[in-house]
Design a binder for this molecule. Structure first.
Ligand SMILES: C[S@@+](CC[C@H](N)C(=O)[O-])C[C@H]1O[C@@H](n2cnc3c(N)ncnc32)[C@H](O)[C@@H]1O
Length: 238
């Protein structure tokens, strides 16, 4: 008897979700990296389904989130320079996670938690006003206009970020993509719950002192980067 394939597969809840930019799998990991995944990642893994605050020690006074940390140098720098902050990092690329694990093995930081997956899972699960800062550095450019809806910074995402950021919290965004900059500014400037912290016209073209360069920035940058800092306003949500 011939096997007949079903006409359509049952809908999976994630089916209509925007695609991730980039990949999960990369080159084969070294035995050391594979070992660190088994030991250190198991210790530092962030679980979006559990209370975020309880996944850090009591010394932590605030949570910050970085989505798409790449090889994790910016995340590790922030954690090292802010020992009273709990840094959550999300990155689906296994080799990126492996690189951060190596850094943390060499210089242990107990205020970092890692989610090897889509950062949107974390934002969706966080309670209101639970983050003190959010970083999105050189994210998916999606340069083709028809793919712009896949960009991370959508109005709906800004609504979600405004929900999870505390009043006064900072949103930091960097891009070297000429079309992503106006795209992001257009959305951020018109969002009632964000205000631009730029002091003058040159402000966003220079790197703030507490904003170290990322790996992408030192290796793959395509043009002068823009460093945007927005503040979550005090507006209370209805
Ligand atoms: C161009 S790289 C930049 C990496 C790093 N921020 C840097 O500047 O070196 C963009 C990164 O975002 C990650 N990424 C894309 N979509 C993501 C998502 N929804 N959640 C978490 N990471 C994501 C990709 O895996 C990739 O590592």
């Amino acid at each position: 008897m011939l096997f007949k394939a079903p006409m359509s597969e049952p809908a999976h809840p994630d089916r209509h979700r925007q695609k991730l930019y980039g990949r999960r799998k990369g080159p084969k990991q070294s035995p050391r990296q594979a070992g660190l995944r088994r030991t250190l990642l198991a210790e530092l893994a962030f679980d979006p389904a559990k209370d975020a605050r309880s996944q850090f020690s009591n010394d932590v006074r605030e949570l910050w989130l970085e989505i798409g940390f790449g090889a994790g140098e910016h995340l590790a720098w922030q954690a090292e320079h802010h020992s009273d902050i709990g840094l959550i990092g999300a990155e689906p690329y296994e080799m990126g996670v492996a690189k951060l694990l190596t850094k943390l093995h060499e210089k242990p930081l107990n205020n970092v938690r890692i989610y090897e997956g889509d950062g949107r899972d974390i934002i969706a699960a966080l309670p209101d006003a639970s983050l003190g800062r959010f970083f999105l550095l050189f994210p998916d450019p999606w340069p083709k206009t028809r793919h712009h809806k896949r960009r991370f910074l959508q109005i709906a995402m800004l609504d979600e970020l405004a929900r999870v950021l505390k009043p006064g919290a900072e949103l930091r965004f960097a891009t070297d993509d000429k079309s992503y900059l106006p795209y992001a500014l257009e959305r951020l400037l018109f969002h009632p719950e964000f205000e631009w912290l730029a002091q003058g016209p040159q402000d966003w073209l220079s790197r703030p002192a507490d904003w170290p360069p990322t790996r992408y920035e030192t290796k793959a940058i395509k043009g002068p980067p823009a460093f945007l800092r927005f503040r979550r306003t005090d507006k209370v949500r209805p």
